[in-house]
Design a protein around this ligand. Sequence first.
Ligand code: NAI
Ligand code: MG
Length: 350
Amino acid sequence: MTDLLLLPGDGIGPEVTAQVRRVVSALAPDLKVEERLFGGASYDAHGTPLTDEALATAKASRAVLMGAVGGPQWAGVPRDKRPEAGLLALRAGMEVFANLRPALCFQPLADASSLKREVVEGLDFMIVRELTGGIYFGSPRFIEDLPGGGKRAVDTQVYTTAEIERVARVAFELARGRRNKVTSAEKSNVMDSGLLWRQVVTDLHARDYADVELEHILADNAAMQIVKNPKQFDVMVTDNLFGDILSDISAQLTGSLGMLPSAALGVAGKPGLYEPIHGSAPDIAGQCLANPLAAILSFEMALRWSLDRTDLADTLFAAVNKALETGARTRDLGGALTTVQMGDAVLAAL
Ligand code: NAI
Ligand code: MG
């Protein structure tokens, strides 16, 4: 069985996953690693961003680590064949419904945030975003011409009790291993799906997680609070659309997009999908300028959540912090190290 399937993808994806490969060799040489084309690279070679074989291999692996997909060269490709469609198909095919996105400020980077040091120093909260439902997947969706001229666009938000409950369960379980607090964000004041969301989370809490502190917040207020006082949060659970936006806001608290990993988990025992939250960064691709830490930290999460190697995850996390402490900085962090040199710094710290 493959332990770790690497899907480097496009743009800086292959550059940052190459550094993950070096870390795997140094830290966990016993892991069986495989690699497949994905995204635009797969489209160019096979006419599809995700082949059936690659998806089958992903589902049969213990963990999947994706680099990034997309780029201007595939802008003219039909929507269902675009690199990004491959990513949605991979997430849906692996049934990874809970997206864990840490907002974590590394001590040596407390001054690199767009906010004041006292707001971000010691920051460590986790957004759990529902990933396979909601408005990005709901039907009907279409754009149509209106008889009187102009057009009409329709997207549909759908959530079932089961979808809400399983992602909320992940959040409560996580909180128990952290500071024991869950904040659930929705718009129950204006959306029926928000109303159901609040009800289901409240019921699940009463039934199975009464020991965890639960708080409800409207998603717009959550956006404001994340900027104003993010340290009040421990685990925040929210839907696909709000989670997309709130986690990008949180990303900015911590310095750089190049620092942030993510995990997408499905049911217990099935593989998780790990990816840096950044995209393929066409503006710097091929120049060895990308920060590989988000990808390396995604591997750290894979060790923790899919590969049952918490010990190695702790070691790797400490090594990244140490590399930063000794002043290792890629350009996005205000330094001059190349992608490979940042990989060197982590290996040296290991
Ligand atoms: P992006 O995340 O690729 O880049 C945004 C900015 O951040 C750029 O200036 C880039 O140079 C910088 N950046 C990103 N990652 C970095 C890293 N590791 N080190 C240093 N700097 C980094 O987002 P953008 O430009 O909106 O999208 C570019 C392409 O990536 C598009 O085709 C988009 O669809 C795709 N994309 C793919 C994602 C994925 O594969 N999960 C996620 C987001 C975008
Ligand atoms: Mg996003």
